[in-house]
Design a protein around this ligand. Sequence first.
Ligand code: C5P
Length: 400
Amino acid sequence: MRLAGKKIVLGLTGGIACYKVAELTRGLTKAGASVQVVMTPSAMQFITPVTMQALSGNTVYTDQWDARIHNNMPHIDLTRDADAIVIAPCSTDFIAKLAHGACDDLLSTLCMARPHHVPLLIAPAMNVEMWLNPATQRNVAQVKADGIQVLGPAAGEQACGEVGMGRMLEADQLLTEIIASFQAKTLTGKSVLITAGPTFEPIDPVRGLTNLSSGKMGYAIAQAAWEAGADVTLISGPTALDTPYGVRRITIQTAQQMHDSVMAELAARHQSVFVAVAAVADWRVANASPQKIKKTSDNDTPQLQFAQNPDILASVAALTNAPFCVGFAAESENLLEYGTAKRAKKNVPLLVGNIGHHTFGKDENELILFDAKGHTTLPRADKQTLAHRLIQEISRRLSK
Ligand code: C5P
């Protein structure tokens, strides 16, 4: 319930992308927000107020002369207790109105009359040529300069059959952007590098050694870091998870590839924080076969030899100008003792301990943070909540 207690005024203007906003409304209400829908006459050509009322659970307003509001001023009353106004889809025409302060219907008048502390977020949706038109680009620059947050648009196939910039973001992406808009931007201007997931060490072309890490914790931390304003790169082993919105993901297979990829990213640009969440295999098969190993007789077993993988976290922590390094420790017992010892061994300022079989593949976890002063517990919660707490802890330490 990341939007619990928030009131969102959701404005729809004319565009095919109105159909995506039905889904967005569900997402907003599921996340705990109350949603007040306002529609322009053009929006009603694409989706009906009936649908939007049913999904939001609130009366939909479409007319600035609507007498159902007690003082007959919906353009004032609807935003006075709002936490944000979101216009999705936001048409070319509506951006022009916002840029010029025009107000000739309820939604544009409501935007002009919004209290200065209520953020306005717009999700443009239009044909590529309309988006690229210099008039639109001028208007977009103007609304940005006026403090309006512009979400997207994305590039891709458009309803008109043309291809390019102007597609509205998907409902889940908009939801992530709206949730992020309420987060403290404690990592703005910072780059964060994260490893996540398991590694896969080949035995032959079709077999390998891996572990039960799902990647969920690392991906949640990547999302939380992006929501805090960071530029995030996620170097991930094979997982079934979608790339977190706003995050750059590099997918690798082996520990050696993860090591090389981390070092290349650190060489390419300064990283403020490195969070090693990946469950990296300690050993790789030194004599991996280029062909599939065949079973030749019933008693025959392959003779695998092992070589140690590089310790990525320890190598990064040992660099001169190392980023602020955060390690993870998955133990099966004696977490306090092993966590304290591991932080010292890896030489990192912060180590996050958890019990492996309580976290691998699960949606919830409990974390213990070890630093030079001792340890503190982040009590059991879903991994998103824990990721946000951890990012707060990292931000606090960075700002010291
Ligand atoms: O030594 P151990 O594997 O328990 O250490 C766990 C921490 O070290 C995690 O942060 C993990 O991502 C990192 N690690 C690493 N490279 C390795 C092994 C572990 O970065 N080869």
